[in-house]
Design a protein around this ligand. Structure first.
Ligand code: BEZ
Ligand code: FE
Length: 276
């Protein structure tokens, strides 16, 4: 392995993977190295650009902690998250579609009774959310666990407030015997994804806006069904056609209906896909 040139170096690296015991890892790494080298050849990558790229990825890692997931954000704004979701979540007609997970889910959200107020002090206009969890034949799924999380009226998730010691506008509920669920919260608003890190620099350098249309996040788990990670998006939002992370699907858009006595209601029915 001497005198490698811009063509032969790729095969030399790939050859070193021959002893990788895990066949999937070997396959993925071979493809990654081949594409990475082809990319460098394609753009005729300069040494300065390679260093700039390494600095960018270093800064992205340094921005991460237990509450800030800058690498997820990077994958999101590059469309890689949505591409992976789309490839891995093809479902039969009628099932609720999946979308990006995002960086603001946290483990250990408070568990609530059906009908509870999950806002827990979050600022915003009141909103009643209700719906059902069913299978493709319309049969109710009882005991489905719904994790919900959303931003407040200021466009922030609870984890974005450094001094907040409770959870707000997030919670875990369970569907009833008839598959129904109901909770109170605040109205979701459009918000910008965090731009105070390297991902923000990237958006500014490419003159892209950071906004996501208003949405509620759901992760729904039920025995014998595939876990559903999705959002419900607010109809009429100005960013539905330019979501910074490419997550909008028409079937996930719903109306937040203003009630005469103030507040809003949102009704959305989820349909889960059986495992296998
Ligand atoms: C979110 O909806 O919480 C989100 C998704 C992707 C990037 C940033 C935020
Ligand atoms: Fe979100």
């Amino acid at each position: 392995m001497r005198n490698l040139n811009e063509q032969t170096v790729t095969q030399a690296v790939v050859n070193l993977l021959s002893g990788t015991p895990d066949p999937r890892l070997k396959f993925v790494l071979t493809s990654l190295i081949t594409h990475l080298h082809n990319f460098a050849r394609d753009v005729k990558l300069t040494e300065k650009e390679l260093l700039a790229g390494i600095s960018f990825l270093t800064a992205t890692g340094q921005k991460c902690d237990d509450k800030r997931q800058e690498f997820i954000l990077l994958s999101d704004v590059l469309g890689l998250s949505m591409l992976t979701v789309a490839m891995n979540n093809e479902k039969p007609e009628g099932c609720t579609e999946s979308t990006v997970f995002g960086p603001f889910h946290v483990e250990g959200a408070p568990v609530y009774e059906n009908g509870a107020d999950i806002a827990n002090g979050a600022v915003g206009e009141p909103c009643l959310v209700r719906g059902t969890v069913k299978d493709r034949n319309g049969a109710p799924i009882a005991g489905a666990v719904l994790e919900v999380w959303q931003a407040d009226a200021a466009g922030n998730y609870d984890v974005q407030y450094p001094d907040l010691e409770t959870h707000q506008a997030r919670g875990v509920l369970t569907s009833q015997d008839d598959g129904s669920f109901e909770f109170r919260t605040v109205v979701a608003v459009a918000y910008p994804i965090p731009v105070d890190g390297p991902v923000g620099d990237l958006l500014r350098a490419t003159e892209r806006h950071p906004w996501r249309p208003a949405h509620l996040h759901f992760m729904i788990k039920a025995k014998n069904y595939e876990t559903l990670v999705t959002h419900v998006f607010r109809n009429g939002d100005r960013y539905l056609d330019s979501d910074a992370v490419f997550g909008v699907r028409q079937t996930l858009v719903a109306d937040w209906i203003k009630q005469p006595d103030g507040g809003y209601t949102l009704t959305y029915d989820f349909v889960l896909n059986p495992v296998g």
